[in-house]
Ligand binder design. Structure first.
Ligand SMILES: *Cc1c(COP(=O)(O)O)cnc(C)c1O
Length: 305
């Protein structure tokens, strides 16, 4: 089993924080586990437990060629002795990208399919077809968000984080945000920073919370102006910020999720969103495995741990 981890955290020191009398700390989910790190540890934990309970030998999931979810599923399945199959969006032309190479090294069978076919990933006929091809498997949806994933992300916070006034997390599919919304305390505010362009996430999140019967235990807000061009897009400002953050605090960030979240929080800090006395916890959801692939794709260097 994937053991519940001790989660380290790093307090930040900076003159602006002293001046504004705000405390900032980073919860290091990037360090929860040597192999299966970040929020994916929590999202996979109960899913893989369930796969074992149902006596499955294989898990199958979906993702893009640089997906943290693909990488984490491959690594976690291997630890638990499960065979993993990754259905990858687009032809797997570049099997040598660092994400897919690591997934393959962990024993994952990779199958690239066209973007068109990929769109059918939630249709039952397509899943039936996959069962005919690959035999019986436990299915984990793209991005890994389902009820068991949210049960897992509900465990990220604990009494050890009860004294924070604000908590901030990146948002992709929202499974992490939903679990956090379910476990904050009434006096806390949860900020979700969307990595995707557009306002659609507001409604999607409402739906997701409703589907899983979650009534947020404190106040929640979703911020949509920090996407830097959209999902997997970036701005030079964001890249500069990631380097500045590394040089100032020694904490590596990724450009897809945690960089945008930290950028947003620092911007809100400068705009005095956090009152004096606020204690803000940034949830570092991991994703650093993707930095190598990002550099390979774009030529842009990033700090790595
Ligand atoms: C997958 C991922 C997210 C998004 O999590 P959701 O639960 O889909 O919102 C955020 N940060 C990192 C580093 C991730 O890998």
């Amino acid at each position: 089993m994937l053991q519940p981890p001790h989660i380290p955290s790093t307090p930040l020191k900076h003159p602006l924080l002293d001046q504004l009398k705000v405390e900032l700390e980073v919860l290091r989910l990037d360090q929860v586990h040597p192999i299966v790190s970040g929020n994916k540890f929590f999202k996979l934990k109960y899913n893989l437990e369930e796969a074992l309970k149902q006596n499955h030998r294989k898990v199958l999931t979906f993702g893009g060629a640089y997906s943290n979810h693909i990488y984490a599923t491959a690594a976690a399945a291997k630890l638990l002795g499960l065979q993993s199959i990754g259905i990858i969006r687009g032809e797997v032309g570049d099997k040598n990208n660092p994400t897919l190479r690591s997934a393959k090294d962990a024993g994952m069978i990779l199958k690239g399919i066209s973007r068109e076919l990929y769109r059918g990933k939630t249709h039952s006929e397509f899943i039936d077809q996959l069962r005919q091809n690959w035999g019986d498997f436990y299915l984990i949806p793209e991005g890994g968000t389902n009820a068991l994933a949210i049960q897992g992300t509900t465990e990220i916070l604990s009494y050890a984080t009860a004294h924070f006034s604000h908590l901030a997390t990146p948002i992709g599919t929202g499974g992490t945000f939903a679990g956090l919304a379910n476990s904050i305390f009434p006096q806390q505010e949860l900020l979700g920073i969307s990595s995707l362009k557009g306002e659609g996430i507001q409604e999607e999140m409402k739906q997701l919370l409703q589907t899983h019967g979650i009534q947020p235990k404190g106040s929640i807000s979703i911020w949509t102006q920090y996407h830097h061009g959209g999902y997997a897009k970036w701005s030079s400002e964001l890249i500069e910020f990631i380097h500045w953050f590394w040089e100032s605090f020694g904490i590596p960030l990724d450009p897809i999720y945690t960089g945008k979240m930290a950028f947003a929080c620092w911007d809100l800090l400068q705009k005095k969103y956090f009152n004096p006395g606020s204690r803000v916890l940034l949830i570092h959801t991991g994703g650093l495995q993707g930095n190598l692939g990002f550099t390979q794709r774009t030529g842009i260097e990033l700090p790595s741990p």
